[in-house]
Design a protein around this ligand. Structure first.
Ligand code: NAI
Length: 326
């Protein structure tokens, strides 16, 4: 059996974590031969609830669960962590402007970035799930100067999975038939689900769908799927978000399938003309525990306009918290 790795999860008593922690402990994320120690961070008032979650984790008798740490101190939660899933975030309260939300989260993610910088494993892989995920990831990254910016990512895998599922349903095929989906940009309603390189059962997706449906139904439906779930369920997506977090980390740690790619919010190196330094969702291939942005894809005028619109939103978010960025 391998040595256990340390997986830090924040917001560990929340909705997403109630599904996520059990998936990680069962080996879905890092493999059925990789023991894990869960290092769970919550705010002080939620520690009692967190104890209940830990009791349930114990009661699952997961063979791969090698230990549980519960804390309200980021310096404890991120100590020697090999992986960090930053799920906890400040939700938008009544009367809160977008700028207030960005600032409230900037406070949380700068503290966590600093703690990661101080005590985490130098090889840590960080995934930010808590919204606004891309900008929260940027804030954490900028507060961790001793760790490569490439080690901070944001989750757009749920959008990627939603885009695949909706295309499979429309074309009467299964998820297994859909390859090379791309989500560009921000995890928000400006994201751009791009099927121009996607194939379904080996055929170009664009040859199987009507352009009017793609532009006027598919793109908005993928962009607004989170809101549709809240409307139907009366609560935000949790199990599917947890599943996407597991998928994101598994791809990063264990690699993507040959010939396919996944969407990840990653540090922009200027690829496709996107502002360097933003955490922007690109098509990525993962290998040997590292990711690379897929290069050389042709970008149509239609795509370019949408990629830039979501880039502009990320620039505005970054500029709104500029005074808080080191
Ligand atoms: P939730 O409200 O059920 O749980 C959040 C937990 O975070 C709470 O238990 C809270 O006490 C904790 N928390 C708050 N501040 C914290 C801090 N400073 N340190 C540690 N823990 C802290 O929310 P849920 O449903 O689990 O969602 C979590 C986040 O994920 C939200 O921001 C949500 O918008 C986001 N999300 C992102 C998705 C994506 O695709 N990137 C998809 C779905 C949700």
């Amino acid at each position: 059996m391998k040595q256990p790795v340390r997986v830090a999860v924040t917001g560990a008593a929340g909705q997403i974590s109630y599904s996520l922690l059990f998936r990680i402990a069962s080996g879905d994320m890092l493999g059925k031969d990789q023991p894990v120690i869960l290092q769970l961070l919550e705010i002080t008032p939620a520690l009692k609830a967190l104890e209940g979650v830990a009791m349930e984790l114990d009661d699952c008798a997961f063979p791969l669960l090698a230990g549980i740490v519960m804390t309200d101190d980021p310096m404890v939660a991120f100590k020697d962590a090999d992986y960090a899933l930053l799920v906890g975030a400040r939700p938008r309260g009544p009367g809160m402007e977008r700028k207030d939300l960005l600032e409230a989260n900037a406070a949380i993610f700068s503290v966590q970035g600093k703690a990661i910088n101080a005590v985490a494993s130098r090889g840590i892989k960080v995934l930010v799930v808590g919204n606004p995920a891309n900008t929260n990831s940027l804030i954490a990254q900028r507060n961790a100067p001793d760790i490569s910016p490439r080690q901070f990512t944001a989750m757009t895998r749920l959008d990627h999975n939603r885009a695949m599922a909706q295309l499979a349903q429309k074309t009467g095929k299964t998820i297994n038939d859909v390859k090379n989906m791309t989500i560009w940009g921000n995890h928000s309603s400006t994201q751009y689900p791009d099927v121009s390189k996607t194939t379904v059962d080996g055929k170009a997706a664009e040859s199987l769908i009507d352009n009017d449906w793609y532009v006027n139904e598919y793109i908005p439906n993928v962009q607004q799927r989170g809101a549709a779930i809240i409307k139907a369920r009366g609560a935000s997506s949790a199990a599917s978000a947890a599943n996407a977090a597991v998928d994101h980390m598994r791809s990063w740690a264990l690699g993507t399938a040959e010939g396919d790619w996944v969407s990840m919010g990653v540090y922009s190196d200027g690829s496709y003309g996107i502002d360097k330094g933003l955490i922007y969702s690109f098509p990525c291939v993962c290998k040997n525990g590292d990711w690379e942005i897929v290069q050389g894809l042709e970008v149509s005028e239609f795509s370019r306009a949408r990629m830039q619109a979501t880039e502009k939103e990320l620039q505005e978010e970054r500029d709104a918290v500029k005074h808080l960025l080191p």
